[in-house]
Design a protein around this ligand. Structure first.
Ligand code: COS
Length: 397
C-alpha cells in the first residue's frame, strides 16, 4: 500500500539513487510510521492532535535520514543540489501512507528551499543542516488576508532601521505557524511598486513582535495559522538575497514546490485507487462483485489513466528542472493543476464505490476526500495556474 508504483520508478526520468531513496522511504512508511502515529491512522482528527503529530513526525523523519530530500549534499542532503524528483518521490510515497507525514516533510522543504536557493553561506549553515536532521521546523509566510492569488498585492511592510529592518503586517494561511522555529517572511520593502518592491527575510520564532499563536482549524487538520508582525525588528543578516528580490524568491520556490504538490495529490490518488480496487473485489451486489460490473471497470480504468497522466506530468516537470536546469513555470503549473484536479476525481470515484461507508468518519477514502481539497487551492489555485499556463502558451516557445 505504501510503495511508490514500482513500474513508474523504471521510467527514464529516474536514476538508481532515486530508486534507492524510494525503497528507503517506502520501508520507513511500512515499519516506522505506525509507531510515530501511535495508532492515529495516518491522520489526526483534531487541530491539537495534528499539531502534536507533526511535532513528532519532523524529528522522526530527520532521524531516519529522509529529510535529506530537503537540502543539498553540502548541508547533509541526499543530492548535490535540491532535486525535485527526490522531493516528489518522497511526497508521493508519504502521502499514500499519511497526509500529515507528507505535510511534515513538505514544509521542511518549503520553509527552507528559499534559503537553499537564495541564502548566503552563513544563512545556509545556520539553518539547513538542522532542517535535514529534523531539529528545526520551518514555515513560508507569503499570503495575506488581501493577497492570496495576487501575491504581489501584499501589504506587510519592511522598513530599514539602522542596519536592520522593522516588519509590520499580517500573514495568513501559514502552514506550521504555531510550531515553526524559523519563518521565511515576505514584505513590501518599497524599492519599486508591485512585484519589484518585495523582500524576503528569515525570522526566528520568539523574535519580539512576531506572534504566530492564532490557529486556523481546517477540514483536514494540520498546523495552520496567522502570523502577526508588530514592529518586529530583525538584523541585516535576516535579509534573504537582495532587497527587492522577494517576489522572484517566492516564485522560484513555488516553481519547485508546485510539482511536488502534484506528487502529494498523486500519492492520495494512488491510495484511493488501492482502496477502490479492494472494495470492488470484495463487495457483492445483486449476486456479483462490484468488480464484475462494466460500470465499475470503466470507472477504475478512468481513475488509473488519470493517475498515470498525473505521474507523467509531475516527473516530466521534475526532470526538466533537475536535468535541463530550466525555469519550469509552465511544466510545474501543469503538473500541479492537473494532478490535484485528477486526484479529486479519483478520490470522489473511490468514495462513490464505497457507497455509504465512503462518507463515514474514519474511513480512508473519507479522509482522502477531505485531505485532497486544499491542494487545489494552496500554492497556486487551479484557476491561477490556468492563467499562468495560458500566458506561457501565448508567449510562445
Ligand atoms: N521565477 C522567477 N521570477 C519570476 C517568476 C518565476 N517563476 N514568476 C514571475 N517572476 C518575475 C517576473 O519575471 C517579473 O519580473 P520581470 O518584470 O523582471 O520579468 C516579476 O516576477 C513579476 O511577474 P508577473 O508580472 O508575472 O507577476 P504577477 O503579479 O502578474 O503575478 C502570478 C503572477 C499570478 C503568477 C503570481 O502572483 C502567483 O503565482 N500567484 C499565486 C501565488 C500563490 O501561489 N499563492 C499561494 C501561496 S500558498 S504558499
Amino acid at each position: 500500500m505504501t510503495h511508490a508504483d514500482p513500474e513508474h520508478l523504471h521510467w527514464p526520468f529516474f536514476d538508481d539513487g532515486h530508486r534507492a531513496y524510494a525503497r528507503e522511504i517506502a520501508a520507513w512508511c511500512a515499519r516506522e510510521l505506525p509507531q510515530v502515529e501511535r495508532g492515529e491512522g495516518g491522520h489526526a482528527d483534531t487541530d491539537e492532535a495534528a499539531h502534536t503529530l507533526v511535532q513528532r513526525l519532523v524529528p522522526a523523519l530527520g532521524r531516519a535520514g529522509l529529510l535529506r530530500a530537503c537540502v543539498a549534499a553540502e548541508h547533509g542532503g541526499a543530492r548535490d543540489a535540491i532535486d525535485v524528483r527526490t522531493l516528489a518521490i518522497a511526497r508521493e510515497t508519504l502521502a499514500r501512507a499519511s497526509g500529515l507525514a507528507d505535510f511534515a516533510l513538505a514544509m521542511q522543504g518549503l520553509g527552507s528551499v528559499p534559503v537553499s536557493l537564495f541564502g548566503n553561506a552563513a544563512q545556509q549553515r545556520a539553518l539547513l543542516p538542522a532542517v535535514a536532521r529534523g531539529e528545526v521546523i520551518t514555515a513560508f509566510a507569503l499570503s495575506e488576508p488581501e493577497a492570496g492569488s495576487d501575491a504581489a498585492a501584499m501589504q506587510a511592510t519592511a522598513v530599514r532601521s539602522g542596519d536592520g529592518w522593522v516588519l509590520n503586517g499580517t500573514k495568513t494561511w501559514i502552514s506550521n505557524a504555531g510550531i515553526a522555529d524559523s519563518f521565511v517572511v515576505f514584505a513590501r520593502s518599497g524599492e519599486a511598486s508591485g512585484a519589484k518592491g518585495i523582500s524576503a527575510f528569515i525570522v526566528r520564532a520568539g523574535t519580539p513582535g512576531l506572534d504566530a499563536s492564532v490557529r486556523i482549524p481546517v477540514i483536514a487538520p494540520h498546523p495552520l495559522g496567522t502570523v502577526r508582525l508588530t514592529d518586529c525588528r530583525v538584523g541585516p543578516e535576516a535579509l534573504l538575497g537582495e532587497a527587492g528580490q522577494g517576489f522572484r524568491i517566492a516564485m522560484g520556490t513555488l516553481d519547485l514546490f508546485r510539482t511536488t504538490v502534484g506528487a502529494a495529490a498523486l500519492g492520495f490518488a494512488r491510495r484511493a485507487l488501492d482502496e477502490a480496487v479492494a472494495r470492488a473485489k470484495a463487495r457483492r451486489m445483486f449476486g456479483r462483485t462490484l468488480a464484475e460490473y462494466q460500470l465499475t471497470q470503466a470507472r477504475l480504468g478512468e481513475m488509473a489513466t488519470l493517475i498515470d497522466a498525473s505521474a507523467l506530468l509531475i516527473y516530466r516537470s521534475a526532470w526538466t528542472r533537475d536535468v535541463l536546469g530550466k525555469r519550469v513555470t509552465r511544466e510545474a503549473s501543469m503538473a500541479k493543476m492537473y494532478a490535484t484536479e485528477a486526484a479529486q476525481q479519483v478520490i470522489d470515484g473511490a468514495v462513490q464505490l464505497f457507497g455509504g461507508l465512503g462518507v463515514v468518519r474514519g474511513n480512508t477514502v473519507e479522509r482522502l476526500y477531505r485531505e485532497i481539497r486544499a491542494l487545489r487551492i494552496y500554492e497556486g489555485a487551479s484557476e491561477v495556474l490556468q492563467l499562468v499556463i495560458g500566458g506561457k502558451v501565448l508567449e510562445g516557445p
